[in-house]
Design a protein around this ligand. Structure first.
Ligand SMILES: Cc1cc2nc3c(=O)[nH]c(=O)nc-3n(C[C@H](O)[C@H](O)[C@H](O)COP(=O)(O)O)c2cc1C
Length: 196
């Protein structure tokens, strides 16, 4: 962490630390890429604890905190979760752990937005902790011809019917190198100023 001798706490907090975080947050966002290959070593409990605390500080509509989370590190359950969809979820089997993001539509009409924001917070915090992560979409996706991925996941983890299963975020130490975003190649045409 940046430390400058002889600088008042106020200046340090309001300016230097702010600058440090602004620059590093941008770089963190630039470097975060979805990770689907994980090293087979456990993640320290302190890091998992930091991730759960992060989740509980995410903003929600009307401060409803409409989410719930299931932290899964049981290898058997992760294997079962990896089969929640026929494609796009297999890598969960090799993740050291995952956070299942649930939402309660009865608590907020903005439950999906709340769940998406907290998921992004979790993924960015994972990156800040030196971990990789990937979102596995569960909501509205099929498990097979007869069942939704959501119903399958609810059954595997004994989740109440009243809660929606939005996604499963696989997390662990990265076993793949991915290029950070190239600022020269961002989709700048998507940005409009004043009028579309
Ligand atoms: C709403 C949402 C759903 C996603 N679902 C899946 C998924 O089911 N399986 C998967 O492997 N990746 C999934 N991803 C990851 C995206 O494929 C990935 O974020 C996108 O390709 C951009 O790549 P990047 O994350 O490396 O920047 C999802 C991401 C989001 C935001």
């Amino acid at each position: 962490m940046l430390q400058v001798q002889g600088v008042s706490d106020y200046f340090y907090d309001k300016y230097l630390l702010g600058r440090y975080f602004m620059d590093s947050l941008f770089e963190l966002i630039r470097h975060r890429r979805s990770t689907r290959k994980f090293v087979q070593s456990a993640v320290e409990p302190e890091k998992i604890d930091t991730l759960t605390k992060t989740a509980l500080m995410a903003p929600t509509s009307k401060n409803s905190k409409s989410w719930q989370f299931v932290v899964v590190d049981d290898a058997g359950l992760l294997l079962e979760l990896s089969q929640c969809r026929s494609q796009g979820s297999a890598f969960l089997a090799n993740a050291p752990f995952a956070i299942v993001v649930l939402a309660d539509p009865a608590q907020s009409e903005a439950w999906l937005e709340d769940a998406a924001i907290v998921s992004a917070f979790i993924q960015l915090q994972a990156e800040a902790l030196g971990l990789g992560s990937c979102w596995v979409q569960v909501a509205r996706r099929p498990h097979d011809e007869t069942q939704l991925a959501e119903q399958y996941t609810r059954c595997v983890l004994s989740i109440p019917e009243t809660l929606s299963v939005v996604n499963i975020i696989a997390i662990g130490y990265k076993d793949e190198e991915r290029r950070p975003y190239d600022l020269e190649r961002l989709a700048y045409e998507k940005i409009h100023y004043n009028k579309f």
